[in-house]
Design a protein around this ligand. Structure first.
Ligand code: ZN
Length: 281
């Protein structure tokens, strides 16, 4: 099992450090962190980022207001399919996509992999199909995934994973990949845990947005990002509760556990550097 950390779309909102806590210039740099997992038999994507059709026809696939606010940089080379090819793989070998949720910045690449089975929590699929309210209509863009036909929808439950409810036995996937319901950002939001190299990698999706929410004595994040997070909360109380559980997991969980989220540049750079050093050694 090998894991690649990909940035499948950049957001560069005006506000710089007010959004990412690090940029010196007027624009922030916020990646969309996806995983490409090489198993014995297949390739698995964890989240799909923006896809080729988002790059070629952003309107009406992406919400205009969000596109402007986030200053989304759409580049073909950032799409998962182009990065899969750049790594020397055939995109047809991507047989599974496990989605943390169906927001437009996570599901845009789904249709670039027509042979892939899509795994998502049933509650998320339901929320995305209903699109109740203004924010839901902006964040969920059915055009991005309505051609996908091979869905697997899961209910939470099953044997827990370090105190978290887990969905195990994802259809067609090895037991080393499981989903953890982490609702809040969206109603059916999930983390995806991958066991490899004797440890665990947990992709927490948008359960948090900045590493300082996980590492500080108290969760904190840049004010622009905090405002964005609040707007996007489907269930604020659940998101806050799950953040507390993730912080406890980081403190008290297994030593060989790395937790990453979708939109933190420092986490992505550290994970990519580690993968690079593993390849070289
Ligand atoms: Zn996101």
């Amino acid at each position: 099992m090998r894991v690649h950390h990909l940035n499948c779309g950049s957001h560069c909102p005006l506000g710089g450090a007010l959004f990412d806590g690090a940029s010196r210039g007027p624009l922030a740099h916020i990646p969309t962190h996806c995983l490409l997992v090489e198993t014995d038999r297949t390739l698995v994507l964890v989240d799909a980022g923006y896809g080729l059709r988002d790059v070629r026809h952003p309107h009406p696939r992406l919400p205009r207001l969000w596109r402007t606010l986030l200053n989304i940089r759409l580049r073909e080379r950032d799409t998962a399919i182009r990065q899969v090819q750049a790594l020397g793989h055939d995109p047809h070998d991507v047989r599974h996509i496990v989605l943390t949720h169906l927001d437009f910045d996570h599901a845009g690449g789904v249709e670039d992999f027509p042979h892939a089975r899509i795994h998502v929590l049933a509650a998320e699929h339901d929320a995305a199909a209903r699109r109740r309210g203004f924010v839901a209509r902006q964040r969920y863009r059915p055009r991005q995934w309505d051609e996908a036909s091979d869905w697997r929808l899961y209910e939470p439950g099953g044997e827990p994973w370090f105190g978290f409810g887990a969905v195990r036995g994802l259809d067609g996937l090895p037991p080393e990949i499981l989903m953890l319901p982490l609702s809040g950002h969206t109603l059916g939001h999930a983390g995806v845990a991958v066991a490899f190299d004797g440890g665990w990698l947990l992709h927490a999706g948008d359960a948090y947005l900045h590493h300082r929410q996980m590492t500080g004595a108290r969760p904190s994040l840049p004010p622009g990002l905090a405002a964005y997070q609040r707007i996007m909360d489907s269930d604020h109380a659940a998101r806050t509760r799950n953040l507390g559980r993730l912080r406890a997991l980081a403190r008290e969980g297994p030593p060989d556990l790395r937790i990453v989220c979708s939109h933190d540049a420092a986490e992505l750079a550290a994970a990519q550097a580690q993968t690079q050093s593993q390849v070289q050694s």
